[in-house]
Design a protein. Structure first.
Lengths: 172, 426
């Protein structure tokens, strides 16, 4: 493995280490929040109004952040029937082209997402009336993380001298 | 419009991940409409596409399934199924089908079923004398029962985006799921002798059945509890899914004592990653979906169908044909999100009940999970069991024909699908 590829995959896994933990924390919060909502509805003698809204936004943050985790391990599914019939060199170039196109897509989401967050400060959620900028923030943040991971895995897969991809390189 | 089609099919066919393809095609379409003016819509659409409370049921059902599976529950379910039908010719193949029905009540995804049984049942079947491709074919055929019998992530997605009762869809999925199991068991029984399937020495034994039932009881209670609470109007699908996670944790951690904190962490990571993959497809599809709606493409497709024929029976056949064909090449979540808003209004035009139409669409997509070249279950089984996709596909065709027959029965016989929802007043 070339040294740049080495550095890229180590950086990818390190960034993913934090993202994964953030996603797990959000998922645990999500589970606890919905349990609390169920308890409030059937057991507790008072109503809680925030649980439903909070759950939706936790879910969106968790799922969008996890997109970059899937990129780090190249787990996003595609139709590989034709791709796998190409020679390894063509596959390598195609994979980099996919990463660049996806990078541009997420870069647009990131840039325009910042505008959405900005506008979100003057829009408020239906139930609790908090600025929508907070839940909206998950979109550009996730897009940024996706851009970072796309760059890192693209560098790794392109520079890797042993032909092992980020998807196959489990231990780093 | 042509540039979007070229982008979409071009990138999809050369292997770019589906979630990215949908987003890029939508982005190209929106840019084509008015340069950068409409691009501010893109992150808005992404967020709005995910901002639905019923979607919460998805990560919870995935997590509950992961926990139950890791708790070793699959083994108990298989033992119970084996105790019931293992004595027949092709007993393990029958057990595989029956266990798929039981497992379907715990997990809502066919690939989970295929992976779990591919690891456990396929090697056991091979040891008993079944060929590996046949064992994989039986597992693939049974795996689509998972997302047909509730809970089903596809039903959650369909119900959420089309505004159809998820409880109604859950209730309507029960009979089609059982029918698929029955017809596949029928195929095994009819062809068992010709294929020379192994026959076990064991005889039906009530004591053995009772012991196996006792061991798997806690797993069997979960689907009854999930369905009972949703169909009885006690809990929403999201609440039932959250309680299912709690139940799975208690059963897996305290009763079966198979879970460690490390396992739990890995299951949570796995759940978030699967959710991220599915939700990117949903979010990206809602960008493309917005562009399609803006350009009135669903109406154009519907008009195209109606121009070919006004006969509801022909239109139903065309819808099924289209779904089976598209499902051969595309991920079923993406197909559902893109095509449901196009096809559902068409089914309303020909007088189909929305729940009935939903089940027909979902079942057609489920069947496409096991059709080459892009059947997800085929690929899961091929990779788990190290068998060639072509070999599994060759062994699969009798089941494929049988299940497609059931799909047509369900499509043309409304009462078969709606009997349970009507009985429950849904």
């Amino acid at each position: 493995m070339g040294s740049l590829a080495d550095k890229a995959i180590i950086a990818s896994r390190r960034v993913n280490w934090y993202v994964e933990r953030a996603c797990v924390a959000l998922m645990v919060l999500l589970v606890l929040d919905v349990w609390l909502g169920v308890l409030a509805r059937y057991v507790l003698p008072f109503q809680l109004t925030f649980t439903e809204e909070l759950a939706r936004y936790l879910m969106i943050w968790m799922a969008l952040l996890a997109v970059s985790s899937g990129i780090s391990h190249r787990e996003h599914i595609g139709v590989l029937l034709i791709f796998e019939r190409f020679p390894p060199k063509v596959r390598k170039w195609l994979a980099v082209a996919f990463d660049l196109i996806a990078f541009m897509f997420f870069a647009v989401i990131f840039l325009y997402g910042l505008g959405m967050v900005d506008r979100g400060f003057s829009r408020f959620t239906m139930i609790e009336g908090i600025p929508k900028a907070w839940p909206f923030m998950g979109v550009p943040l996730a897009a940024f993380m996706a851009c970072v991971q796309l760059l890192l895995v693209a560098v790794h897969d392109f520079m890797s001298s042993d032909g092992v991809t980020a998807a196959e390189r489990v231990e780093v | 419009m042509i540039i979007v089609a070229i982008t979409f099919f071009g990138l999809l066919l050369v292997g770019m991940p589906v979630g990215f393809v949908l987003g890029v095609a939508g982005l190209v379409g929106i840019f084509d409409m008015g340069g950068g003016r409409f691009l501010m819509m893109v992150p808005d659409r992404m967020f709005a596409g995910l901002d639905l409370f019923p979607f919460l049921a998805m990560p919870f059902f995935i997590l509950a399934g992961e926990i139950m599976n890791r708790s070793g529950i699959t083994t108990h379910l298989v033992q119970f199924a084996d105790a019931l039908v293992g004595w027949l010719r092709g007993g393990m193949a029958h057990s595989n089908m029956l266990a798929s029905v039981m497992f379907a009540g715990i997990t809502g995804a066919a690939t989970a079923d295929a992976a779990a049984f591919g690891n456990t049942l396929v090697p056991a079947m091979v040891r008993q004398g079944y060929t590996k491709p046949f064992a994989c074919a039986v597992t693939a055929a049974g795996s689509i029962i998972g997302p047909t019998i509730p809970p089903s992530t596809l039903m959650v997605i369909y119900g959420s985006i089309m505004g159809v009762s998820i409880a109604g869809l859950f209730a309507a999925g029960i009979l089609p799921g059982l029918l698929i199991c029955l017809i596949c068991m029928g195929v095994i029984a009819v062809f068992g002798k010709r294929w020379n399937l192994p026959k076990s020495d064991q005889r039906p034994n009530l004591c053995f059945i009772y012991k196996a039932f006792k061991k798997s009881f806690l797993a069997l209670v979960l689907p009854v509890f999930i369905l009972g609470s949703i169909l009885g109007g006690i809990a929403t699908p999201t609440e039932a899914a959250a309680i299912a996670v709690f139940y799975a944790l208690v059963v897996g951690g305290l009763v079966y004592r198979q879970l460690s904190w490390g396992d739990l962490y890995h299951m949570l990571v796995r759940t978030t990653r699967i959710t991220g993959i599915i939700f990117l497809i949903i979010a990206s599809a809602s960008i493309l979906g917005w562009w399609m709606t803006f350009n009135q493409i669903p109406q154009a497709i519907a008009a195209g169908f109606l121009a070919l024929s006004n006969d509801p029976n022909v239109i139903i056949a065309m819808i099924i044909g289209l779904l089976l064909f598209i499902g051969m090449f595309m991920d079923i979540n993406a197909t559902l999100i893109i095509l449901a808003p196009v096809l559902a209004p068409l089914t309303v035009t020909i007088g189909m009940d929305p729940v009935h139409a939903g089940i027909m669409i979902i079942l057609a997509l489920n069947i496409s999970l096991m059709t080459p070249p892009v059947g997800a279950c085929l690929f899961v089984l091929a990779s788990v069991t190290k068998t060639k996709v072509e070999a599994i596909a060759r062994a699969l065709w009798p089941f494929l024909i049988a299940e497609t027959f059931i799909l047509f029965v369900i499509a043309y016989w409304e009462n078969m699908t709606l009997a349970i929802p009507r009985l429950l007043g849904l």
